[in-house]
Design a binder for this molecule. Structure first.
Ligand code: NAP
Length: 300
């Protein structure tokens, strides 16, 4: 029988962190820390938490994830996304604790033609400060822990817990039902339900996995296709128009193709990720009413 593990989660109040707490809690003993309780870039706070809770696993779901804001505050981006993981890795090494660190599809340049996906072994080349800072975080973890560290790259997260693309779309549609929403249709990725990713991470922890993995939903689409499917599932009429990236300029450049191949998960028989459409359907079925309420549509 699988033993009950003590797991400390950082960034526990974020989109993924909330799901991780729920998914890991019944089977394992979880200590959950939001930013106010534990700043991952502060070595003293990290040391104190590890000394006090003596976990077997440290799961880092903390990050500075506002991709455009990272462009104007690279110092903060590198402190949270690079120095923070290094602090965690050093503490994990000192205490003999396993570290699971989350990274991103935005470490890739996205210049290969879609739908050719990126594997774990493919060369990286971030386009943004966020991507560079997250890559530096991966390198810091590898630098300290080598292949003993567990790094999981994911992509295009959505869920109930925190701000994300789907909530933004829904808020805009509900605020002004007649409005036309222009949505980028030439960036390709795999929209990933944070709940499913949390289940995948549980699987990896329980398998005592090491090294680098890609874990995103199976299949791929564009932001426009994602928004269209989302509104169809919600049965909410919305006027959507596909536009190219150049018509929606943002401070940060984003990869045109950041589709990830969950190759290592499959090779090791550990892949629990599902097609993005199936997960989106389940998400809307479970959480559609709560989403409508949160985003301004009242109860259903
Ligand atoms: N969201 C996506 O689409 C996406 C895609 C690919 C990869 N990822 C990766 O997935 C992981 C989880 O992301 P997410 O979407 O759950 O992000 P999120 O919702 O922004 O959650 C991140 C959490 O980290 C906290 N945090 C920020 N600075 C911190 C610090 N110094 N110490 C401790 N906590 C801190 C944040 O608190 P505050 O909100 O109070 O600042 C927030 O609660 C991240 O590694 C991210 O890079 C996300």
């Amino acid at each position: 029988m699988l033993s009950r593990l003590r797991i400390l989660i950082t960034g526990a109040k974020g989109l993924l962190g909330c799901e991780l707490v729920q998914v890991l809690s019944p089977a394992h003993e979880v200590a959950a820390f939001g930013r106010e309780e534990l700043d991952i870039s502060d070595p003293r706070q990290v040391e104190a938490a590890l000394a006090r809770y003596r976990p077997q696993w440290l799961v880092n779901a903390a990050a500075f994830t506002r991709v455009d804001a990272c462009e104007s505050d690279p110092e903060l981006a590198f402190r949270v996304n690079a120095a923070g993981p290094e602090v965690l890795a050093r503490a994990a090494a000192r205490h003999g604790v396993r570290l699971l660190h989350i990274s991103t599809d935005y470490v890739f340049p996205g210049d290969r033609p879609a739908p050719l996906p990126y594997r774990e072994t493919d060369p990286v080349g971030p386009l943004s400060v966020y991507g560079h800072s997250k890559l530096a975080g991966e390198e810091a973890v590898r630098g300290v822990l080598g292949e003993e560290g567990l790094i999981v790259r994911t992509a295009w997260l959505y869920g109930l817990g925190g701000p994300n693309f789907l909530k933004t779309m829904l808020r805009l549609a509900l605020a002004d039902p007649g409005r036309t929403l222009r949505v980028v249709d030439d960036q390709h990725g795999s929209p990933t339900w944070a709940r499913r990713l949390a289940e995948q991470l549980k699987e990896l922890i329980e398998a005592d996995a090491r090294g680098l993995f890609h874990a995103s939903a199976e299949g791929h689409c564009t932001w426009y296709e994602l928004a269209t499917t989302f509104f169809e599932l919600l049965e909410l009429p919305a006027r959507l128009v596909p536009i190219p990236t150049r018509d929606y300029p943002t401070p940060a450049r984003r990869p045109a193709n950041s589709i990830l191949d969950n190759r290592r998960l499959r090779e090791l028989g550990l892949n629990v990720m599902r097609p993005w459409q199936e997960d989106l359907e389940e998400f809307v079925r479970r959480s559609g009413a709560a989403l409508m309420k949160e985003c301004g549509g009242g109860g259903q």
